[in-house]
Design a protein around this ligand. Structure first.
Ligand SMILES: Cc1cc2nc3c(=O)[nH]c(=O)nc-3n(C[C@H](O)[C@H](O)[C@H](O)COP(=O)(O)O)c2cc1C
Length: 137
């Protein structure tokens, strides 16, 4: 909502390109379930707003994902969840996306990163994600 998650995604996208990956950085709402099912390696970065909700540019994606029962065994993913412990449902958006992807049998290649108040830990998470994806090529 204020650009924190977008900044994390930009940094990761730049690093991935420098490592030679072909990337596609998109807002969650621009990803249909049909597109999503075709993706191979996905780093999901989302903040939390409201009370454990996805930001407005991710809420349509979440509604579609939440309603989906299509299994995603071919999807390698990890989630970077931004939030703030002063809220009751800490990092609720990232948690619910991660939990739904587990339910759909997607392949979690790296544990979820939870960032408290800022983007601390997101750099390390992004580096580990890229190394993991590289090792899977
Ligand atoms: C109105 C509002 C509601 C928020 N609700 C939550 C919440 O329920 N849980 C949480 O962990 N963080 C919550 N946050 C904290 C944000 O997720 C955090 O500041 C994040 O870094 C913002 O990233 P963004 O600019 O990409 O949206 C909220 C922040 C605002 C302004």
């Amino acid at each position: 909502m204020s650009g924190n998650a977008e900044d994390v995604a930009k940094v990761l996208n730049d690093k991935a390109q420098k490592m030679g990956f072909t990337t596609n950085k998109v807002e969650l709402n621009d990803v249909s379930m049909t597109d999503f099912a075709k993706m191979k390696n996905v780093a999901i970065v989302t903040s939390t707003t409201g009370e454990g909700d996805l930001p407005t540019n991710g809420e349509d994606f979440w509604d579609d994902l939440n309603a989906s029962s299509k299994e995603l065994q071919n999807l390698n993913y990890s989630v970077c969840a931004l939030g703030d412990r002063s809220h009751d449902i800490f990092c609720g958006a990232g948690k619910k996306v991660d939990e739904k992807l587990i339910q759909l049998k997607a392949n979690k290649v790296l544990d979820r990163q939870e960032c408290d108040g800022d983007d601390s830990g997101s750099d390390e998470w992004g580096n580990s994600f890229l190394e993991k994806i590289k090792s899977l090529q």
